[in-house]
Design a protein around this ligand. Sequence first.
Ligand code: ATP
Ligand code: MG
Length: 396
Amino acid sequence: MNYRVFIIKYAEIGTKGKNRYVFEDTLCKRMRQRLKPLGNFNVKREYGRIFVIAESEEFDYDAVIDRLTRIFGVSGVCPVKVVEEPSVESISEALTEYIDSEYGEKSFSFKMHVRRNDKTFPLNSMEMDAKLGEVLLDAFSKDGLHVDVHNPKVKVEVEIRDKAYIYSKVIPGPGGLPVGTNGKAISLLSGGIDSPVATYMIAKRGVIMDAVYFNAPPYTSERAKEKVKKLGTIVSQYAGPIKLHIVNFIDIQLAIYDKCPHDELTIIMKRFMFRMAEDIAKMEDCQCIVTGESIGQVSSQTTQSLSVINEAVNDIPVFRPLIGMDKQEIIDISEKIDTYETSILPYEDCCTIFVAKHPVTKPTLEQIKKSEEKLAGVIEPLYEKALNEIEVVYLK
Ligand code: ATP
Ligand code: MG
């Protein structure tokens, strides 16, 4: 049975104090935005609950569930059967119908949980628990339905207000906090497995995400760029619209290749990426940079490499949500959020086109800065040009 009303569970927002309504309002706004293309939906906050109500009879139920369960802040979506005029009789009848249509196989344990907010209702919550439990046992105990108050398989919820709401299924959402409640970040987004997961994880804490992708045409192809756009688009299904800044990095890379020791290329190139990310962050009002780095994954992610790269950023923090994770743990998340299949497409990345056979694994800042001095006078105009010619696309 496809219901037209949904109660939205939102775990962590419930722990917020006075400004709880800011989180709830942002969550409602996100849901309205995401549901808009699917028809007419009323998203409202009432009695400490958020309801989504489909206003038309016809709508794409699966698409609604799919969208709602990708919104940060949503911990669960409960499809609800509504009783328009609640009385003991009408609720009993609707509940019997509900269990009958929702559960083909009925030999499971259940517990009734009634909340009566309408104090004029003739029975109180506990009396209704007992009454409705009895109604269900009368109807279905012959099929094996039984009560277990300590460890029930199914918790049957009934909320009685001006209307009554019956539900028992919670379709899990991603949790986290609604995007827009925690500032803005810029994510270094490449075509790999890690950076889309890192972007997802920071957005999950309520942060609005911009992204920057460094490409190097003609050494990197249009396909590689399309892949990054696709990954950003998948992440935006959770994170909301992502403004992607595409930087043509090739002239900077060629200059580094020309002037600097080849075993230091990756480190020096990363430092320029980080510098430019900081510049874009300042222009776009982002308070931090996000990357998909994890200690030890490759030579540029040893603690020595990471700290030398990090030094290129002056004023804002760099967040690395994957820093302590194993590759498999990262892959598990990328599979869960549907980026994995796209990430493993074998297109080139600008980091992989000029890699040395034996890149440094323990660079020192002193040595790298010395190498960078060789770029003086050459790199500045190339850097300015790249920064001025950024291509922007909006992903959603
Ligand atoms: P990923 O799987 O995210 O590509 P990786 O394991 O390939 O990461 P590196 O290539 O060392 O690791 O990159 C480390 C991080 O630097 C990436 O997670 C990403 O945040 C950033 N990065 C690397 N290449 C690019 C690029 N071309 N454009 C933007 N950011 C990049
Ligand atoms: Mg990569």
